[in-house]
Ligand binder design. Structure first.
Ligand code: DQA
Length: 172
């Protein structure tokens, strides 16, 4: 089974109690379980990690590049300002899908910029836990071209659910 890493940045370990009106009531353990379940359905062996530490996250991205492991990444607040994370992701050797639980485009101005989006195959935002499921579907769909650092031009189906979400893929 293809190994996929689902990496999560700062404050996502607090899901459940963190701003439930924005992020919902599911805990981080629920998120991890949902990812593993979706992975099994898609024939992917999913490993879920979370850190509040930028250096640790970048270390995991380096490991993924060295082992050609596809990534689903919720960079959390690092999305908006971490050029170091972006530079690490630019070295990737396998597909990368950026995910967000909320839809940053509908929120504060500072969330409208993602410094990560330009090096990802695509971004899925606004569907809660379903954002991760959709991202894993995109990874499974790209699996045939995994290792193609230029990316396969991921496109994700538009979710019918939570209303304000968006899915965007870069043309290959
Ligand atoms: C987030 C959106 C970010 O703006 C925020 O800093 C997060 C979570 C999301 O999943 O909606 O921590 O990435």
């Amino acid at each position: 089974m293809r190994h996929v890493l689902v990496l999560n940045g700062p404050n996502l370990g607090r899901l459940g109690s963190r701003e439930p009106d924005v992020y919902g009531s599911a805990t981080f353990d629920d998120l991890a379980e949902e990812c593993r379940r979706a992975g099994l359905e898609l024939g992917l062996q999913v490993e879920v990690r979370q850190t509040d530490d930028e250096a640790e996250l970048i270390g995991w991205v380096h490991q993924a590049a060295d082992s050609q492991t596809p990534l689903v990444l919720n960079p959390a607040a690092f999305t908006h300002y971490s050029y170091a994370l972006r530079d690490a992701l630019a070295m990737r050797t396998a597909p990368l899908v950026e995910v967000h639980l909320s839809n940053p485009a509908t929120r504060e101005e500072f969330r409208h910029t993602s410094v990560v989006a330009g090096v990802a195959d695509g971004t899925i935002a606004g569907f809660g836990l379903m954002s991760y499921r959709l991202a894993l579907q995109a990874i499974a769909g790209m699996a045939g071209s995994a290792g193609d650092a230029a990316g396969a031009g991921g496109t994700a189906g538009e979710g019918a659910g939570a209303g304000a979400g968006e899915a965007a893929g870069q043309p290959g």
